[in-house]
Design a protein around this ligand. Structure first.
Ligand code: NAD
Length: 433
């Protein structure tokens, strides 16, 4: 099949590359010239493990190309996949401007039958709006498919090639075999439903996962007070298949480009039909407070933060990505700066992205975790990168000034901490030292 994927971000690029592996002819389109130039040099504009090798092999074998020309790409393709961003507006609603701009261009370029497939996360009813926008502009026939994306940054290729399920919302049943063929070799588990339900499945899924995270974080607060260990509690809970062990890791809360925006959007979607989604409002509120729990833990162990040197390990919102959108690290660091701390930052991949968003004279940029620890009064681990899990904590302790380690992701075991001389604080676990 001939596909045009509009938007070469985390979703569009990974989808394009994986569909090309499936013997389709794929054009990845972006209006960002720099991204397309990079791709034409076989460089990925995003960090995603394994992606560059797949870009290169697909490109070399002639199944993948890159373009800034949306209209020409639409004309060359049978299926147009929308993967542009749908960020939040300041009031929490979804900004559909990128979708609308792309749809107008698609409609204006149409020269025959096309399938328009929306992978971007869009509020319920958006695909119907897309249908109207296109039919207002062209007499060419077309179909609309809602195909919400569930991949996770950091494991996006695996998630795309081996998805738990593919959700397809449509109202023309003749498309079902085409959708099956498109996903052939990846999964037979295609859940076909109506368009509005498909749009809702995406929001409900993300809201449920966010709820699990806030739930275990609330449990961790109680664990701290009653002397239980939240990691043991989560493990014991997760063994029950009705509960499952994923998304039960206590920590400083979720961030990223999806959970914060999608939970707020669902609260808005509910509000627009006069429904007060109290449970989800609490999930969001609990999550907002989480990141700030680092600060009292620091004050408790260091006294004033004015003039203190704080090392930060991890800036990305989660490991294995360079994405810093809505990362908890941002507000924590801003608060430390406001309190007069000198903050030494290290992230193996996301530091450049973070620095483009935020820089300050009190920040020191480090190229190794040990450098961020040197002469620091405390280290705060904010992202559970593997490099931190495996680090020699004794060597780290030796170069620190005051030896405080705040583990915002419960990465370390008792055995790793014992004997290091570190004052160690984690989340919802008994004090280890
Ligand atoms: P992104 O910001 O990384 O990428 C979007 C890309 O679209 C950008 O490169 C931008 O330049 C391009 N673009 C915007 N308008 C365009 C136009 N008119 N023509 C061509 N290109 C255009 O976004 P993302 O993280 O890939 O997310 C895309 C969508 O997928 C969002 O709706 C998001 O909620 C959803 N989603 C994201 C993830 C994730 O983990 N990132 C997972 C599931 C779903």
């Amino acid at each position: 099949m001939k596909l045009a994927v509009i938007g070469t971000g985390y979703v569009g690029l990974v989808s394009g590359v994986c569909f090309a592996l499936g013997e389709n002819q794929v054009i990845c389109v972006d209006k960002d010239v720099e991204k397309i130039n990079k791709l034409n040099r076989m460089e990925s504009p995003i960090y995603e493990p394994g992606i560059e090798a797949l870009i290169e092999i697909n490109f070399r074998e002639g199944r993948l190309s890159f373009s800034t020309d949306l209209q020409e790409s639409v004309r060359c393709s049978d299926i147009i996949i929308l993967a542009v961003g749908t960020p939040s507006l300041p009031n929490g609603e979804v900004n559909l401007q990128y979708i609308e701009d792309a749809v107008i261009e698609i409609a204006n370029a149409m020269d025959g039958y096309k399938i328009i497939m929306t992978k971007s996360t869009v509020v319920v009813g958006t695909n119907e709006k897309i249908r109207k926008m296109i039919s207002d502009r062209t007499t060419h026939p077309f179909d609309i498919v809602s195909a919400p994306e569930f991949l996770r940054e950091g494991s996006a290729i695996r998630d795309t090639l081996h998805p738990d399920r593919v959700v397809i919302g449509l109202n023309n049943p003749e498309l079902v075999p085409i959708m099956r063929q498109l996903h052939q070799g990846y999964t037979d588990n295609i859940f076909v439903t109506d368009i509005r339900s498909a749009e809702m499945i995406k929001y409900a899924s993300n809201a449920f996962l966010a709820t699990k995270i806030s739930f275990i974080n609330e449990i961790s607060n109680i664990c701290e007070k009653v002397g239980a260990d939240v990691t043991e509690v989560a493990e014991g809970m997760g063994m029950d298949r009705r509960i499952g062990s994923s998304f039960l890791q206590a920590g400083i809360g979720y961030g990223g480009s999806c959970f914060p925006k999608d939970t707020n959007a669902l609260i808005q979607i509910a509000g627009n039909v006069d429904y007060d989604f109290k449970l989800l409002q609490s999930v969001v509120e609990v999550n907002r407070e989480r990141r700030f729990m680092i600060i009292p833990k620091l004050r408790e162990s260091l006294g004033t933060l004015n003039g203190a040197v704080i090392g930060i390990w991890g800036l990305a919102f989660k490991p294995n990505t360079d994405d810093v959108r809505e990362t908890p690290a941002r507000e924590i660091i801003e608060m430390l700066v406001a309190e007069g701390a000198i903050v030494k930052l290290y992230d193996p991949i996301a530091a450049d992205n973070f620095r483009q968003q935020y820089d300050h004279p009190q920040l020191r940029w480090c190229s190794l975790p040990e450098e961020a620890a040197e002469d620091s009064d405390a280290i705060c681990l904010l992202t559970a990168w593997g490099v931190f899990k495996d680090i020699n904590l004794q060597k780290v302790a030796n170069v620190m000034h005051r030896k405080v380690l705040i583990d915002g992701r419960n990465v370390y075991t008792k055995e790793q901490i014992e004997g290091t001389g570190l004052s160690y604080y984690s989340i919802g676990r008994p004090q280890l030292s």
